[in-house]
Every structure is written in C-alpha cells, then in structure tokens.
Design a protein around this ligand. Structure first.
Ligand SMILES: [Zn+2]
Ligand SMILES: [Zn+2]
Length: 131
C-alpha cells in the first residue's frame, strides 16, 4: 500500500501499488481545479482506496465529483459514477512518495493542453533556484 495525504494532514489515504492506469491530464477542468498546468491521476477500484478524514465534494461537471480537503484546499480524488462506475481516481502528486508508484504512461486530454507545456522538458533545470 502507498500512503498519501492533503497538505494540512486532515485527510490521509492508502492506495494499492497496482493501478489500472496512471496518466497526466491536461484538461481544462483539472487545470483550473488544481491551479496547475496538468494533474497526475491513477485509477483504482473504489473499495481499494482507504480514506481517513472527510473530503469535501465539488460537482465539477454533470457527473464529475472532485474530492478535496476543505481545510487546505488540496485536490485528492475524482469520481464519475456515470462514466466509470465503482472507480476512483487519485491525484498521485499527493502521495508521500509519488515515485513509488509506476510512472505515468500517457498524457491525456492534450486537446486542452497549454501550448507551452508541449516543450517544458527542454527548459533549463536548477536544484533550487537559478544563481
Ligand atoms: Zn488538508
Ligand atoms: Zn482532467
């Protein structure tokens, strides 16, 4: 099992190491809800996710339900009982050690991708900040 939590620690969770898929979503809804250029998601059967604490639930579309911490705002889970019954998606950047999960295997919803995200891997990198 892998452990994760929201930023303030009011919500903790445990998820399996085996997931159905792990991908990087560029859709407008994920981007705006997370306040980030993309969001990493892994899907598991809902009964395999064990949550401690009570996430708030935001209706982000007709059937989309985004679970987040009402105290600190961290986005955590996504459920769509219409399209993906019995499944839950986890925002894997909230894991204690995201590198323990199998790496994402795809970029999805790139029709909505910010144009400059396509080439971000070519940017110069710094351990902390540029001198
Ligand atoms: Zn929190
Ligand atoms: Zn998305």
């Amino acid at each position: 099992m892998l452990k994760g939590q929201c930023h303030c620690g009011a919500i903790h969770y445990e998820m399996p190491t085996e997931v159905l898929h792990h991908s990087l979503c560029h859709c407008t809804d994920c981007r705006r809800h997370a306040g980030a250029p993309m969001v990493a998601w892994a899907m598991v059967p809902a009964e395999q996710l064990h949550v401690t604490g009570q996430p708030a639930i935001y209706h982000s579309s007709e059937h989309g339900r985004r679970h987040f911490c009402a105290a600190c705002g961290t986005g955590l889970f996504y459920v769509n009982e219409e399209m993906l019954p019995g499944m839950i998606d986890i925002q894997t950047a909230t894991l204690d050690d995201p590198a323990l999960l199998q790496p994402p295997t795809a970029h999805i919803q790139v029709a909505d991708r910010i144009a400059w995200m396509r080439e971000v891997h070519t940017l110069p990198s710094f351990e902390r900040y540029p001198a």
